[in-house]
Design a protein around this ligand. Structure first.
Ligand code: NAD
Ligand code: WQD
Length: 341
């Protein structure tokens, strides 16, 4: 298949692009480099021995996007990663998020729908908010979004569903990721947060590497077995595989409706302290940490019921938490070398 990957030089997009190329598919990457760099393209090329065609283009630049689709009239599918994702920033600058995440999606849909190109959309478990029942299955209702970022994912899903209703030949899959972590086994690509990391794993690995004084664990007085919050941490390469399976699923006409949503997680919840202990055991590195106050807006627990995607596509997470954390650590060490170059 020939696949256009928007945001293909970002964290999840780069890992997915590698997997697609390794599986013999042709990848075209569109990215404006706002949260990535050409070094990632080098990483993809070094892993796969192929340099995918790359367009440094902003998705909101409708003319440029139309030109890409006019040039490539045989695209079999689009995976749409390009968006802003920083929850806190979205609270401070909501328009920035509504503009990019919604207008980018609309610009893309305007090209996809007339050409009947299927779409895989990066959604998030954030659309559920604090769900009433664990594990969370896809019938769990969308609660009021906790942030403008979360709201852009809810709106994005609704826009795509409406388009599928209105255009019988347009097909889409909404993948609701839980917490993606880890890196490619080669450590040639990984997660590169800008400035101080907001997410647990990059903060943890930076604390172990000495770039941060210590990991601050946000609260140990939650109603969970050890008092810390519970999440479903999924290896980014497992997540990448879910995108490929989704494309094949649509390609082979196995979908039961024009637009379906699927959770992508491991189905297992781990607490922050369990993550710390598993990291220490699997890397033999001590994590410097202290317990601090709760982080406002954090939900207590979120982990996926993954039966729907397993049954529909035969996809299941393969990597353990320990393997994901080892790969994150290997990337932390390797990226420090890259930075030093
Ligand atoms: P990322 O920031 O690493 O990657 C996004 C990429 O898109 C970046 O390379 C950025 O330069 C590019 N981009 C952003 N706006 C663009 C635009 N207008 N035009 C062209 N390129 C643009 O993020 P990620 O972690 O790889 O996330 C990918 C997607 O998955 C996002 O939609 C995100 O909301 C979603 N998601 C991420 C997580 C997570 O924890 N990482 C969880 C759930 C969902
Ligand atoms: C995980 C756990 C923290 C940092 C975010 C987005 C969500 C989705 C996934 C995109 C929590 C704790 C964290 C730290 C800590 N992204 N923690 N110290 O909050 O589940 O979700 O990423 O769609 O929208 O909100 O992930 O990695 O920030 O936190 O103790 O320095 O680690 O309290 O319990 P979260 P996270």
């Amino acid at each position: 298949m020939k696949i256009l990957v928007t945001g293909g030089l970002g964290y999840i997009g780069a890992h997915t692009s590698v997997l697609l190329i390794e599986q013999g598919h042709q990848v075209i990457i569109l990215d404006n480099l706002e949260n990535s760099s050409l070094r990632v393209l080098d990483g993809i090329a070094s892993i796969t021995n192929q340099r995918p065609l790359f367009y440094q283009t902003d998705l909101r630049d409708r003319k440029a996007v139309v030109e890409i689709f006019n040039k490539h009239t045989d695209i079999d599918g689009v995976i749409h990663f390009a968006a802003y994702k920083a929850v806190g920033e979205s609270v401070e600058q909501p328009l920035k998020y509504y503009d990019n995440n919604i207008n980018g999606l609309i610009a893309l849909l305007e090209c996809l729908i007339p050409q009947e190109i299927p779409l895989i959309f990066s959604s998030s478990c954030t659309v559920y908010g604090q769900a009433d029942r664990m594990p969370i299955d896809e019938t769990s209702p969308m609660k009021k979004a906790a942030s403008p970022y979360g709201y852009t994912k809810q709106i994005g899903e609704n826009i795509i569903q409406d388009c599928a209703l209105a255009n019988s030949s347009f097909k889409a899959i909404l993948l609701r990721y839980f917490n993606p972590i880890g890196a490619h086994a080669t450590a040639q690509i990984g997660e590169t947060p800008n400035g101080e990391p907001q997410n647990l794993i990059p903060y943890l690995t930076q604390a172990v590497a000495g770039k941060r004084t210590e990991l601050r664990i946000f609260g140990d007085d939650y109603d969970t077995p050890d008092g810390t919050c519970i999440r479903d941490y999924i290896h980014v390469m497992d997540l990448a595989a879910a995108h490929l399976e989704s494309l094949l699923y649509l390609h082979e006409g196995k979908n039961s409706s024009a637009c379906e949503c699927f959770n992508v997680g491991t189905g297992k919840g781990n607490s922050v302290l369990e993550v710390v202990k598993t990291f220490e055991k699997s890397t033999q590195k001590k994590v410097p940490y202290s317990i601090v106050a709760r982080r406002p807006g954090d939900i207590v627990q979120a982990y996926a019921d993954t039966h729907k995607i397993e049954k529909a596509m035969g996809w299941k997470a393969q990597y353990s938490l320990a393997e994901a954390l080892q790969s994150a650590w290997k990337w932390e060490v390797h990226s420090a070398h890259l930075e030093a170059q």
